[in-house]
Design a binder for this molecule. Structure first.
Ligand SMILES: [Zn+2]
Ligand SMILES: [Zn+2]
Length: 345
């Protein structure tokens, strides 16, 4: 089979031929029909220091957002059978540590990461651990099935924010930001304000339900937000999906007392908050999100897609074959489009 690998501890990826793997007792062999490039795949390609720390064994096949068909199952597998459609959860819990025993499988202390610490999905076939396999309904396309994983994190942020007819700002309109906009719209955010420097992404944000799309190249963002929300501090929820801590920091003063900042974008930069007045006197809530609740988040996001409550297809802007991985990664890195997929027949 063809597999895209990270062969050596240096920048780059390589497309190679290697044998189709056989499933161990608790593994599932899956023919990958759709997979998506995530920001972390770009970091693996660049060999970013974050990935150098995380990935200890090379070569490894990156890619973790995917959907496909079950070809073969190991002897102990009972969750799915040959022919079923499945998607993969990236966070593979040990099931035994303190976090797992408290039901926080997504922050397991001994977590393996599909497409990072074990081989992922940028290949014709992949092995899914049974514990990280989600069965998809027949009606859901593989393209949408592979988006359930990245949708889960913004879904949790919006769910936790308990938005009800109040001003919401989504900072960053990459795929995660777009899903956050779609879910916030569904939760009656009003007005719903999207912020990004990329006009194409702002156009998609409009389709996802944003009422106002602000481009920092054209307008002064905090002033515009104050005009839109008729107050200097009236934003109920900020969803940070840009990884741009400076831009996030600038937005924080627009939050009303009791406001919530939901942080999805990853960055090593520090955020400055005073204990008082910011946190105590204004009762700000700052929550980070990492991963999906197993399997609560998957059930809910799938249900929303299946019932057609949101349509996220405009977020998929490019589809490539694995052989064209250079072009696909270039597209994803330049951010000209939004979600870049690999598809196969
Ligand atoms: Zn991802
Ligand atoms: Zn664990």
């Amino acid at each position: 089979m063809k597999a895209l690998v990270k062969p050596k501890p240096e920048p780059g990826l390589e497309l190679i031929d290697q044998p189709i793997p056989s499933p161990g007792p608790s593994e599932i062999l899956v023919k990958i029909h759709a997979s998506a490039i995530c920001g972390s795949d770009i970091k693996i390609k660049r060999w970013d220091p974050v990935m150098q720390n995380l990935i200890r064994t090379l070569p490894v096949i990156p890619g973790h957002e995917c959907a496909g068909e079950v070809i073969e199952v190991g002897n102990n597998v009972s969750k799915v059978k040959t022919g079923d459609r499945v998607a993969a959860e990236t966070h593979i819990p040990c099931g035994k540590c303190n976090q797992c025993l408290r039901g926080r499988l997504h922050t397991c202390d001994n977590m393996q990461l599909f497409g990072h610490t074990i081989d992922g999905c940028f290949a014709d076939y992949a092995l899914f651990p049974e514990s990280a396999t989600w069965k998809l309904p027949v009606e859901l396309s593989y393209d949408l099935g592979c988006l359930l994983e990245p949708m889960g994190i913004p879904y949790r942020a919006v769910e936790r924010a308990k938005i009800y007819n109040e001003p919401v700002v989504v900072l960053g309109c990459g795929p995660i930001g777009q899903f956050a906009i779609a879910f916030s719209h569904l939760q009656t955010a009003k007005p719903l304000i999207a912020v990004d420097t990329n006009p194409l992404r702002l156009n998609i944000a409009k389709q996802m339900g944003a009422d106002f799309c602000l481009n920092p190249h054209d307008v002064q963002v905090t002033e515009s937000i104050r005009d839109i929300t008729s107050s200097s501090r009236n934003v109920a929820v900020i969803i940070e999906a840009s990884g741009n801590v400076k831009a996030f920091q600038e937005l924080l003063p627009t939050l009303r007392a009791g406001g919530k900042a939901m942080v999805l974008g990853q960055s090593k930069d520090n955020l400055l908050l005073s204990v008082s007045p910011d946190i105590v006197l204004r009762e700000l809530e700052l929550v980070g999100f990492y991963g999906r609740l197993l399997w609560d988040t998957w059930e809910k996001t799938q249900d929303i897609l299946q019932t057609g409550l949101i349509d996220v297809t405009p977020v998929i802007t490019n589809r490539y074959r694995l052989a064209d991985f250079n072009k696909a990664f270039q597209e994803a890195e330049m951010g000209n489009g939004c979600k870049v997929l690999f598809v196969s027949d």
